[in-house]
Design a protein. Structure first.
Lengths: 211, 513
């Protein structure tokens, strides 16, 4: 009988723990969890973080969603945009360019021909300025919000939580999840931050303050 | 089923002569050359100074930073205690979600598994996310030897690969290069690059974007590492900045992730700790631009063929060391490199291993051993430190690197057998234990002044003491010993004067009251 690598590695781990028996380690979780902040504070904190990351921030009420999105796309000269299959249709009611509804059979290079993408979002962490996408119908597959150079992301203030633990608690682990904190960036040259490498070079966040 | 039968055997280190866990010369020898490189020292000094300031700013603003460190440290220790069950749980969950799990006893086995999986796809190219594990195993060299071209897609890894160079930092592998050097590398190595390319970092990043775009769109296989693997859910995670990670994890048909077995975390909830500790400690940001979390295969989204390779390569040997196992708690943030006075001056190449800096000086000997060869360069790593403790203070999971360095020095001395230096120390102990013999020896040592240089130091002692003087100057022995001086008239007079002086000062103090 040949021993598999799996059996060997697991056997080595058990040997190691037998040779150096571990002591019981309780895990202290004294860090902040379950924090809540009033709407105004979450909005201010999130805005500050997004601006720090050089994301564009637009605030509006629900009734102005279509108008604000169309304005961003027009200003950026986006003539052809992609949207996930489940995006609210009326969000794009004021946009006069070409709209392509995404589907899994469009290959990635096809997405490269898009000028931008508009998505919703699952949850957002104010303290770190992090937007979580989880592949829900209004957010689409991961490639869609990655390949185009402009990402317009709608965030409802009710989905903005104070800190990282509050955000992680709202996630569904099995869903492919992407955390986005500003546009793509690198610090690889002399540790100086430069925005815009492979992901969308422009991130425009539309915060709906009454939703 | 356990293969545990009878006495537990110490697990093996990473096999000698494989991968990138050992340099070809000792730390002092390598550092000696690196220190002469003024450009390198300026680049490193600037970069580490920048990152230190950023890290202090964003760790200081969290009132519960220390509580997060305590939690992170305990979670990692608990993970190591329960490693077999957590790995089996991870394997079960990844498999249930459509992934395939492979186990690799060492780096060569991991390389072979990856190569076999790449060949099965028929692709002659792979795109790679920055990964310490595959750097450690030398995967790129292995793939190249089989005619498969690996394309590094992280900007710094790309710079290193294009320059036929070696990484010198965990987080920023090209930290030793400045913008002018990077510009020249791009001009020399990127086909069709605009010859007017200047040294502005944003323009250099744009050149990399243009070069890699086509690779992302056309390459059908990606290889990644993993920052975390969640046992409870089978979720894997890559933390990054540029979006090259997202490209590799999302666009290809096949994804192969190589993960050290110590990267497993028990619960999904544990991410709430590490997603705070890691970005703030590594790039000094509140959060890194992108983090990807994926669980097996998701129909209609991302690679439909997912493989996870779990790598030992000496990790179980580290686990068998009560003190050394803490090195496995490392989350590869590189904060310890950035605060280390030795790293800042010598640079990452001097350590000879994929893992440089303070954590490298403890992790490398744990994984690959210190005495696998005669004059093993790894045996010099525990001494590549002033034991100042800055690394311990900076570590987000509180790894006590200085204590581990001292323990490794002890192990090195124990293992290196009977050396001339050891014999000399034994002789010294015997002499010092007998006052008459000691006085006689001091008289004899005074003769050593004759061979002392003009600055009163001995730079080369004869064998068996040459090992000592190779890296230290020895002050020439004084004309006479302290004991001889004290017994002389001069000594007695000096002592009397000092006593009188002390008495006067005592009076002064009383007057002040």
């Amino acid at each position: 009988m040949t021993t598999t690598a799996r059996d060997t590695v697991l056997g080595r781990i058990r040997d190691a723990l037998a040779l150096a028996p571990p002591s019981d380690t309780p895990i202290p979780r004294a860090y902040r969890t379950g924090r809540t902040l009033p709407d105004g504070e979450r909005l201010a904190l999130l805005t500050d973080r997004l601006v720090d990351y050089k994301a564009q921030v637009h605030r509006c009420t629900t009734d102005r969603t279509a108008e604000v999105i169309a304005g961003i796309l027009r200003d950026r000269g986006a003539r052809r945009i992609g949207v996930p299959a489940g995006l609210e249709e009326h969000w794009l009611a004021a946009y006069d360019g070409e709209i392509r509804r995404d589907s899994a059979d469009i290959p990635a290079p096809g997405l490269d021909a898009l000028d931008g993408v508009v998505t919703g979002s699952a949850v957002t962490c104010a303290e770190t300025g992090t937007i979580f996408l989880d592949g829900s119908p209004d957010q689409g597959r991961r490639a869609l919000s990655l390949v185009p150079d402009l990402h317009v992301c709608v965030v409802d203030l009710s989905s903005v939580v104070a800190g990282v633990p509050e955000a992680v608690a709202r996630l569904v682990p099995e869903r492919p999840t992407t955390l986005i904190s500003g546009p793509s960036a690198t610090s690889d040259i002399e540790l100086e931050r430069v925005e815009g490498v492979h992901g969308p070079r422009t991130l425009a966040v539309v915060i709906r303050t009454d939703a | 089923m356990s293969t545990f039968l009878g006495m537990p055997a110490p697990p093996p280190r990473s096999p000698y002569g494989t991968g990138n866990l050992r340099g070809d010369r000792t730390f002092p020898a390598a550092a000696h050359d690196e220190l002469r490189n003024g450009q390198l020292r300026r680049n490193l000094g600037k970069a580490t100074r920048t990152i230190r300031g950023k890290r202090l700013h964003v760790t200081g603003e969290l009132p519960d930073w220390e509580a997060l460190r305590d939690a992170g440290s305990a979670i990692k220790t608990d993970t190591m205690n329960r490693l077999p069950e957590l790995l089996e749980q991870l394997e079960r969950n990844v498999t249930e979600r459509g992934g395939t799990v492979h186990w690799a006893r060492d780096g060569d086995e991991a390389n072979e598994i990856v190569a076999r999986l790449v060949r099965a796809t028929g692709s002659s190219d792979v795109i790679k996310v920055k990964s310490m594990a595959t750097q450690e195993t030398g995967l790129n060299e292995h793939l190249e030897s089989l005619g498969i071209t690996p394309h590094e897609t992280d900007l710094a890894e790309l710079i290193v690969q294009l320059a036929h160079d070696r990484p010198s930092h965990i987080l920023v592998p090209a930290i030793h290069r400045n913008r002018d050097e990077i510009r020249q590398i791009f001009l020399d190595e990127i086909p069709g690059v605009d010859p007017r390319l200047d040294n502005v970092p944003a323009h250099l990043a744009a050149a990399a974007r243009a070069y890699l775009r086509e690779k992302f769109m056309t390459t059908r296989v990606a290889v990644s590492g993993a920052n975390f693997g969640i046992a409870e859910t089978g979720t894997l995670s890559v933390v990054e900045s540029e979006g090259n990670g997202r490209m590799c994890l999302t666009l290809p048909d096949t994804l192969i992730t190589v993960m050290g077995i110590e990267k497993v975390l028990p619960r999904y909830q544990d991410l709430e700790v590490f997603l705070q500790l890691l970005p703030r400690s590594s790039t000094g940001e509140r959060m890194n631009p992108y983090t990807s979390l994926w669980t097996g295969v998701t129909p209609g989204d991302g690679p439909q063929d997912f493989h996870l390779v779990l790598l030992d390569n000496g990790r179980t040997a580290a686990l068998a060391d009560t003190i050394g196992r803490a090195a496995l708690n490392c989350i590869r943030c590189s904060a310890c490199l950035n605060v280390c006075p030795v790293y800042e001056r010598a640079g990452g190449h001097a350590y000879g291993s994929t893992y440089p800096g303070p954590i490298g000086a403890v992790l490398t000997p744990q994984l690959a051993g210190m005495h696998a060869a005669k004059d093993d360069p790894n045996s010099s790593l525990p001494y590549a430190s002033s034991l100042c403790g800055a690394c311990f203070d900076a570590c987000p999971v509180k790894i006590d690197i200085p204590s581990m360095l001292v323990e490794l020095r002890h192990q090195n001395t124990e293992q290196s057998g009977t050396t001339a230096e050891k014999l000399a120390m034994k002789a010294a102990a015997a002499v010092m234990g007998r006052p008459k013999l000691y006085t006689a020896a001091q008289k004899a040592a005074a003769l050593g002044r004759v061979v002392g240089g003009r600055d009163g130091t001995l730079s080369h002692l004869p064998a068996p003491f040459s090992g000592w003087s190779d890296s230290r100057d020895t002050p020439a022995p004084p004309k006479r010993s302290f004991r001889a001086w004290l017994a002389s008239a001069e000594g007695a007079a000096t002592m009397r004067a000092a006593a009188e002086e002390g008495a006067r000062h005592g009076d002064d103090h009383q007057e002040e009251k």
